[in-house]
Design a protein around this ligand. Structure first.
Ligand code: ZN
Length: 428
C-alpha cells in the first residue's frame, strides 16, 4: 500500500512537471504570434453609428483613426455599406444591420475586418479593407498577396479538398478580388461572401501563413503628428498701412511663422514706405484696395481708372514691382469693374467684422471656430485689437493643422490659376 502510494506520488509529480512545461511553451507560443489583433480595449478610438426608424435599425461600431486618410477610407466604406443596406430595405419587414470590427496588423499592412450581420440578405458576412500603411492607401487582395498564381493554387487545392465537386466548381470561379479575407493569429481565412447562394452559410477556407509583423505599423496609424493633413488659410488685412497697428500685425505674423496679405490704400502708401518694405521683406503679399476707398461699382469710368491706376503707379514707383491683386472696397463690384480691373478680385469667405467689435477675443473666436481649409479671412490692420487678435489666431490655427499663407500662395497650393477680372471668395 505504501509502495503504491509512493509510485502515485512520483507519477503525480511527473504530471505536474509536464503540465508546467506545457504551460510554459503555451506562453512562448502565444507570444510568438506574428500578427497582432487589436481588440476593443486598445487605445484606438471608436465611432458608433446608431439609426432607428420604423423600417430599419442600424448599429455600427467602427474604429476612428487619427490618420485622416485612413479614417476617411474606413468611413466611406461603411457609409457605402449603410447606403446600400437602406436601398435593400423593403418596407414589409424591419431590417437590421449590425457591424463590429477587428484590426489585424501584418507586415506594413493593417486589415480592418468588419463582422457584418445584415438581415436584408440574411447573412453574416466578413468584409475587410487592407491598408498599406506606408502610403496609407487601400489595396486589393491581389496586391496584398504578392504571387497571385501561387496563392490561387493554394486556394484551389483547399477548396477541392474541403468541398464536393459541384461546390468546388463554383468556388473556383470566384475572382480573387472578391475574396474576403480575415487573418487571425497565424491563420489566413478566406470567405466567399459574394456567392449568390440562398443558403445561410458562407463557404470558407483557411490556411497557415508565415509573415512577420512590423510593430511600428500600429504606432504609425495611431500617431497624430506626422499624419495630420496640412490645411491652408489666408489672413487678409485691408485699409492700411497704419503707423500704429500695421507693424504689430506684421510682428504677430512673424512670431508665428505666418504670412498675410495686405490690401493697401494708394493714398496711404507714400507715407508708410517703411512698413510696406517690411511687409514684402518678410514674405507677405500686398494687393490694391484702391486709392481712396471709394465704392468702385458706383464710379464713372474716369474716376474708376484714377482710383486703380494711381495706386498701381505709386506702388510701382516706391516698391519697384507690380501690384497683382485687387480687393474692391466694401467688396463691391459690377461687370465694368471686373472687365477693367486688370487683376483678379479677391473677396473673402470669413468676415471677422473686426471694425465693428474692436474686440480681440470676439475676432479670434470667430476665426478659430469657422476656419476651413482654403478660406480667405477679412480683417483690417488699422486697429490694435486686430493685431491682438492675430496673436491669438495664428498659434491656434497652427495648432489645428493650418498653415497661414498669402492669397497667391493659397491659390497656387490649391492649383487654381488666378485670372484677371474673376472674383474669388475662397479656395476651398
Ligand atoms: Zn476697406
Amino acid at each position: 500500500m505504501l509502495k503504491i502510494n509512493k509510485k502515485l506520488k512520483t507519477l503525480l509529480l511527473y504530471i505536474f512537471i509536464i503540465i508546467l512545461t506545457l504551460t510554459f511553451f503555451k506562453i512562448i507560443y502565444d507570444n510568438s504570434n506574428f500578427t497582432s489583433i487589436v481588440t476593443k480595449d486598445s487605445n484606438i478610438e471608436e465611432k458608433k453609428v446608431i439609426e432607428k426608424n420604423d423600417y430599419y435599425k442600424i448599429n455600427v461600431l467602427m474604429p476612428k483613426f487619427d490618420n485622416i486618410k485612413i479614417n476617411s477610407i474606413c468611413k466611406n466604406y461603411i457609409k457605402g455599406y449603410i447606403k446600400n443596406f437602406k436601398i435593400r430595405c423593403d418596407r414589409k419587414y424591419k431590417n437590421t444591420l449590425t457591424v463590429d470590427y477587428n484590426l489585424v496588423f501584418l507586415d506594413k499592412y493593417m486589415i480592418i475586418f468588419f463582422n457584418i450581420y445584415d438581415t436584408t440578405n440574411n447573412k453574416r458576412v466578413n468584409k475587410s479593407i487592407i491598408i498599406d500603411t506606408l502610403n496609407n492607401n487601400k489595396i486589393s487582395v491581389e496586391d496584398f498577396i504578392d504571387k497571385k498564381e501561387e496563392f490561387n493554387l493554394i486556394v484551389k487545392n483547399k477548396i477541392n479538398k474541403k468541398y464536393s465537386k459541384d461546390v468546388s466548381k463554383i468556388l473556383n470561379k470566384v475572382n480573387i478580388n472578391n475574396y474576403d479575407i480575415f487573418i487571425k493569429e497565424n491563420i489566413f481565412y478566406i470567405t466567399f461572401n459574394d456567392l449568390k447562394n440562398n443558403i445561410n452559410y458562407v463557404p470558407n477556407i483557411n490556411f497557415k501563413i508565415s509573415k512577420k509583423i512590423n510593430e511600428s505599423v500600429f504606432k504609425e496609424v495611431n500617431s497624430k503628428n506626422n499624419l495630420i493633413m496640412k490645411k491652408y488659410i489666408a489672413l487678409t488685412f485691408d485699409d492700411g498701412p497704419n503707423k500704429e497697428s500695421t507693424n504689430q500685425v506684421i510682428d504677430a505674423l512673424v512670431e508665428n511663422d505666418a504670412k498675410g496679405t495686405f490690401f493697401v490704400l494708394g493714398s496711404r502708401i507714400k507715407y508708410n514706405k517703411e512698413i510696406m518694405f517690411r511687409q514684402i521683406a518678410l514674405g507677405n503679399e500686398v494687393g490694391s484696395h484702391s486709392y481712396s476707398h471709394k465704392n468702385l461699382a458706383r464710379l464713372n469710368n474716369k474716376t474708376f481708372e484714377e482710383e486703380l491706376n494711381s495706386t498701381n503707379i505709386i506702388y510701382n514707383e516706391i516698391m519697384g514691382r507690380k501690384i497683382n491683386l485687387l480687393r474692391p472696397p466694401y467688396g463691391s463690384y459690377n461687370n465694368y469693374v471686373c472687365e477693367n480691373a486688370g487683376m483678379p478680385l479677391i473677396l473673402w469667405s470669413i468676415d471677422t467684422k473686426d471694425w465693428l467689435s474692436r474686440n480681440a477675443k470676439k475676432i479670434s473666436d470667430h476665426v478659430i471656430n469657422n476656419a476651413k481649409d482654403g478660406d480667405i479671412i477679412l480683417m483690417h490692420d488699422i486697429y490694435l485689437s486686430t493685431a491682438e487678435a492675430v496673436r491669438i489666431i495664428a498659434p491656434e490655427l497652427k495648432e489645428k493643422g493650418f498653415e497661414l499663407v498669402t492669397v497667391s500662395e493659397l491659390a497656387r497650393l490649391k492649383k487654381i490659376k488666378l485670372e484677371k477680372g474673376k472674383v474669388y471668395r475662397n479656395f476651398n
